[in-house]
Write a protein that binds this ligand. Structure first.
Ligand SMILES: NC(=O)c1ccc[n+]([C@@H]2O[C@H](COP(=O)([O-])OP(=O)(O)OC[C@H]3O[C@@H](n4cnc5c(N)ncnc54)[C@H](OP(=O)(O)O)[C@@H]3O)[C@@H](O)[C@H]2O)c1
Length: 315
């Protein structure tokens, strides 16, 4: 048996229980990973509360958790890319879940080598927040050197990756965060910070080529005025106006909007591994909780005040 964070129905924090469950069975093309740490994302308590049930369905019990890191203890005969003992990151994603557990089974396409120079906890936070930031800025924002980029929510899980990624792309970064996080954002490489409680960037004179709203606290309509004539607004949660612009009106010239839907893949995880191993990107951990305190970890995430990543230590 193994310990896991399980729900038997959707609801508040009271539905999450740590209990013994049967370990996963890995198939011919799967690896079995002993999990050392897993990362908490706002997605996890959205899954717990049933906000995503259109994707996660009504089959219970469910083991929560969409990303983790650990060590391969078994591999199927069809697995050629990985060996027993490899230290890896696993992204079961929202459809499979299962990361808040002592063991997870995953196919090769959801398994990635861990950067050598960081902990399992740091590594577990890369697929959702790190790759969302990369895909938002590069694929939707079409970020280029010299561009003026604004990151709203620069101190959070996604935002702290976004500031550093924007610097890797040699852009001029304005980080929007509370005053308490201004030094933190500058330490990540931000050229300038704006305290959102004192200044509304959408009402200022400055124009940005890319506005990445990592916390989706502002709308496209509000941000439009702060974009250059060909600027792009990218959010992390879809809204009607953004989807309309992205999929229906995208052919029109002028300011654009798009919403990211993260898809961790080997190429982007390798890009991130290189940046981390070469010291250009760091994964900042705010708090670490033991698996038994997963309710407290979710409660902290739900405050919306995390600075970097929240991690669950499993073994
Ligand atoms: N679509 C996707 O693929 C995808 C992927 C990842 C995440 N997401 C979504 O993206 C959102 C952010 O995720 P996350 O992991 O970054 O969350 P998070 O770590 O919980 O974000 C916390 C940060 O938000 C900042 N914040 C709170 N209110 C703010 C405001 N009004 N203006 C600016 N910053 C504010 C806080 O900074 P202060 O303390 O300084 O206020 C804090 O540092 C969530 O809704 C998540 O579900 C979507």
């Amino acid at each position: 048996m193994m310990k896991a964070a399980v729900i038997d129905r959707y609801g508040g924090s009271e539905v999450v229980h740590i209990r013994d469950v049967t370990p996963p069975v890995s198939g011919r093309s799967d690896v079995l990973v002993r999990v050392h740490a897993a990362s908490v994302n706002p997605l996890d308590w959205k899954v717990r509360s049933g906000m995503t049930k259109i994707l996660t369905g009504r089959a219970f019990p469910k083991i929560l958790g969409s990303e983790c890191a650990g060590e391969i203890v078994e591999k199927g005969a069809g697995v050629t890319l990985f060996q027993k003992g490899d230290q890896v990151i696993v992204y079961p994603g929202i459809r499979r879940l299962g990361a808040f557990a002592e063991y997870v089974a995953a196919g090769g396409q959801n398994t990635f080598l861990k950067p050598r120079n960081i902990t399992f906890g740091q590594a577990s936070g890369i697929p959702v927040a790190g790759i969302a930031a990369l895909q938002a800025l590069r694929d939707l924002g079409h970020i280029e050197p010299g561009m003026k980029v604004l990151i709203n929510g620069a101190s959070g899980g996604v935002g702290h990756f976004a500031v550093q990624i924007a610097k890797v792309f040699n852009s001029a970064v304005t980080a929007v965060c509370s005053d308490a996080n201004a030094d933190f954002a500058r330490g990540l490489g931000a050229d300038r910070t704006i305290d959102y409680l004192k200044e509304d960037f959408t009402k200022g004179e400055e124009r940005f080529d890319v506005i990445f709203d990592a916390v989706t606290k502002r709308t496209f309509a509000e941000c439009r005025k702060a974009l250059t004539p060909t600027g792009v607004y990218v959010s992390t949660l879809p809204s009607f106006s953004v989807l309309l612009n992205q999929y229906v009106l995208g052919f029109l010239t002028g300011r654009k909007a798009a919403s990211v839907m993260v898809r961790p893949n080997a190429t982007d995880m390798e890009w991130m591994r290189t940046q981390i191993e070469e010291g250009r990107i760091k994964v900042v951990v705010d708090r670490v909780y033991p698996l038994e305190q997963i309710r407290e970890a979710f409660a902290y995430s739900e405050t919306g005040k995390a600075r970097g990543k929240i991690i669950i230590k499993i073994t």
